[in-house]
Ligand binder design. Structure first.
Ligand code: UD1
Ligand code: MG
Length: 451
């Protein structure tokens, strides 16, 4: 059975008080929008349509970065959730199978819950995701008769008796595509808000003799973000869930409360994460690796048995093969380290490839940027780069070569060669003592003159 998604993301998010559209604010180092998209994408949808309005071009760009196949429709004026869904009709009205409507600002809806809604479609033409609200506030109320859903009444339009109802509408709705758009086309705006309510499709379906039903989820899943305070609370909830999931998946967290995950962080079992580690987007770590305290990782891949940190920074394009060691105060960017490479201390490697079992000495820097262009450094296998070597790119160091400490390497080094690119040392016998004496006598003379 095929399914497509509509993600509503046209709202301004007035209460965020921001130039950025609400759905692009970050949660787990990803736009809020990506959370709903990811939950929906796991269902392998045939089509995904995002309804954008405020900041539409930014929302569109972000949606395409998530998945280039996503279609974006523009809702110029936000006339209500029913009107928003209607904007997707030209793209989906003839789609086979079901459509699930999600909100871009509601990040915690789980794939299992969406699957339960699809399953419930076997019994009902329209399925709504509801929850028992601790404080029903201004949510739409689900009016249920026996085991089926009669209608949804918005808070503003509800009678006092209806407002007592605690079973509320999350906003997520599922129906057959052609039925959904037939019903949405019938929705009017004669209500307290003067809006086209998507929620009206329940009563419209019932009036046609069709059945509607409710799938109930935990209230936490339906949490929507409207303010920066809610965003911060959602971040805390997201991190708590990611930490718990990592540990359930066999990852050791020395101090879970200090480890920050991104939406797409993937970590293999028997990997150990020390305290105060931050994962930016696109990090994958295989099994049995160790990330020591105070590391910042982003856009990188770490293979089995590698160890990183403490105090290391891996930036986009850092690719660590098996048993690589990256130590303290090392920054790696757009660089591949082959198996067994060691970069122990105080080093910057950018736009570089390092062959297997090469050792990079403390204080090594690839000078990859000339102020205008970036250049590559190629270091062969089993090389020894002496401490404090400047590798002025573009430059190639052949296999089994060595550079002397303190060298500035501006020319390629052949395989097996020792390269020395530093001034030759000279020793002057006794000169240190004579120099000290002279300096002391200058100081004494100045003091005497009251300087
Ligand atoms: C909606 C539901 C309500 C439910 C609540 C859950 C309706 C009529 N009401 O109310 O029953 O309890 O969500 O949070 O559906 N949007 C658009 N275009 C529009 C209007 C809204 O894209 O024209 C988007 C918003 O950006 C938002 C979502 O749809 O992501 C929900 O809109 P919102 O205005 O928050 O609806 P509520 O009044 O909260
Ligand atoms: Mg809302």
């Amino acid at each position: 059975m095929s399914v497509s998604l509509i993600v509503l993301a046209a709202g301004k998010g007035t209460r965020m008080d921001s130039d950025l559209p609400k759905v692009l604010h970050r949660l787990g180092a990803a736009p809020l929008l990506y959370h709903a998209l990811q939950a929906g994408q796991t269902l392998d949808p045939a089509q995904i349509v995002v309804v954008a309005g405020h900041g539409a071009s930014l929302v569109e760009k972000s949606a395409h970065a998530f998945d280039a196949a996503i279609e974006v429709v523009h809702q110029a004026e936000q006339l209500g959730t029913g009107h928003a869904v209607a904007q997707a009709a030209p793209l989906l009205a003839n789609a086979p199978g079901d459509v699930i409507v999600l909100y871009g600002d509601t990040p915690f809806v789980r794939t299992d819950t969406l699957q339960a809604m699809l399953d419930a479609r076997a019994r009902h033409a329209v399925v709504v995701l509801g929850f028992e609200a601790a404080d029903p506030g201004r949510y739409g109320r689900l009016v249920v008769d026996s085991d089926s859903l009669d209608r949804i009444v918005e808070f503003k339009d509800a009678t006092d008796e209806e407002r007592v109802i605690t079973l509320c509408n999350s906003g997520v709705i599922c129906a057959d595509a052609s039925l959904l758009f037939d019903l949405v086309a019938l929705v009017g705006n004669e209500n307290a808000s003067g809006e086209y309510y998507l929620t009206d499709i329940v009563a419209l379906a019932r009036a046609k003799g069709l059945s509607a039903g409710v799938v109930i989820c935990d209230e936490a899943e339906t949490l929507g973000i409207n303010t920066r305070a809610e965003l911060a609370a959602a971040e805390a909830a997201f991190q708590a869930r990611m930490r718990a999931e990592a540990m359930e998946n066999g990852v050791t967290l020395a101090d879970p409360a200090t480890v920050y995950f991104a939406l797409d962080t993937v970590i293999g079992r028997d990997t150990t994460i020390g305290p105060n580690v931050v994962f930016g987007p696109r990090v994958t770590i295989e099994s049995g690796a160790e990330i020591k305290a105070f590391c910042h990782l982003e856009g990188c891949h770490i293979s089995r048995g590698a160890s990183v940190g403490p105090f290391a920074r891996l930036r986009p394009g850092a690719e660590l093969a098996e048993d690589v060691h990256v130590g303290n105060f090392v920054e790696i960017k757009n660089t591949v380290l082959d198996e067994g490479v060691k970069v122990g201390h105080l080093t910057y490697l950018g736009d570089t490839h390092v062959g297997e079992h090469t050792n990079i000495g403390a204080g090594t820097i690839t000078c990859n940027y000339d102020g205008v262009n970036k250049h590559r450094t190629e270091i062969g296998p089993r090389v020894f780069i002496g401490s404090n070597t400047m590798l002025v790119a573009p430059v190639t160091i052949g296999r089994d070569a060595m550079t002397g400490s303190g060298s500035v390497i501006t020319e390629n080094v052949p395989a097996e060669a020792l390269a020395l690119g530093r001034a030759k040392q000279v020793n002057k016998p006794g000169l240190a003592v004579r120099l000290f004496d002279r300096l002391k006598s200058i100081k004494a003379k100045r003091q005497k003159e009251g300087q």
